[in-house]
Write a new protein. Structure first.
Ligand SMILES: [Zn+2]
Length: 296
């Protein structure tokens, strides 16, 4: 097990950080991790963090729902229902900006989004680092899924990262690589949690959107603007993900009150999620946000 400290801010290159919050890996290791804030630009990151080789240990769980299609608990079953709804919603959002073409889903998990896009006549490609998920995705989509983007010699009309950017060790390098794989006029869709949402403020260290140590970076809207501008992109639209406020509140409620009945937690989580969405309707601070960007 090797841990590393982040030496420089990927947004402003500052080397000065201050501790912001101690939170916990509630789903797998149950150990504590510290969130650090960049003194210069306020970007929040997990540091120290497991290095590239060690991080895989923190994904090895049948409970890591992104990599499984089985609904064992109430939360998992709700997640799967919401995912079907969300696939359709994401497809419509992509179609609004590009009517069709070649799509790369970077961090495609077991390939559900690609399967959906393929059925609607998109040409698909996927990248997924986990071999188990990659094999499953290949089977589900009938397409070769790559372990990294550098092994793909094609360019895409659309590249999607659905809750993936926050997991990448080489943040700047990965965005640059993706930029090289985007056609002129191609569009990038990036969904990430937003720690300035009301549900984040409500749950604090128990907020499931921190999901340490798997989430290495914790983005605000200002951070995403600065990061994407730095890498040569312009954000053309942002869209709130309203279901995430409900789902993240449900997980957070479980972390904060593990001994309460699941019904009591469910009710409290729904109230938290609805409040977060109502507040975000005014402020734009949704629990998770999709950033839609084009090359400058
Ligand atoms: Zn910074």
């Amino acid at each position: 097990m090797t841990f590393e400290t982040v030496s420089a801010c990927p947004i402003c290159s500052s080397e000065q950080f201050k501790p912001l919050l101690v939170t916990r890996d509630y789903s797998i290791s149950k150990t504590e991790f510290t969130l650090q804030e960049c003194v210069n630009c306020n970007f929040v990151l997990t540091s120290p963090r497991p290095d590239r080789n060690t991080i895989s240990l923190y994904y090895q769980s049948a409970n890591y729902i992104s990599h499984t299609n089985k609904g064992n608990t109430l939360i998992d079953r709700l997640y799967l229902v919401a995912r079907t709804f969300t696939l359709r919603w994401k497809y419509k959002l992509v179609r609004k900006h590009k009517p069709g073409g070649f799509v790369l889903d970077f961090g495609c998990g077991t390939g559900a989004f690609l399967q959906y896009m393929k059925k609607r006549n998109w040409i698909i490609a996927g990248v997924e680092p986990s071999q188990t998920a990659r094999d499953q995705a290949s089977e589900n989509t009938g397409t070769t899924i790559y372990s990294s983007v550098s092994s793909i010699g094609k360019k895409f009309d659309v590249i999607t990262l659905w809750h993936v950017l926050e997991h990448l060790h080489d943040l700047n390098k990965n965005i640059q690589e993706l930029k090289q794989h985007l056609e002129k006029g191609g569009i990038l869709f990036i969904a990430v949690p937003n720690h300035n949402s009301l549900d984040s403020k409500n749950y604090g260290a128990y907020w499931a959107g921190y999901d340490v140590p798997r989430h290495l970076w914790h983005f605000s809207q200002q951070d995403m603007v600065k990061l994407l501008n730095k890498e040569g992109f312009k954000i053309i639209d942002t869209v709130g993900m309203k279901l995430d406020a409900l789902y993240v509140s449900l997980l957070s409620e479980g972390y904060k009150h593990p001994k309460k009945s699941s019904f009591a937690r469910f009710v409290k989580a729904m109230i938290s999620g609805v409040k977060s969405n109502l507040s975000a309707g005014r402020t734009g601070q949704y629990s998770s946000i999709i950033y839609i960007a084009k090359q400058v």
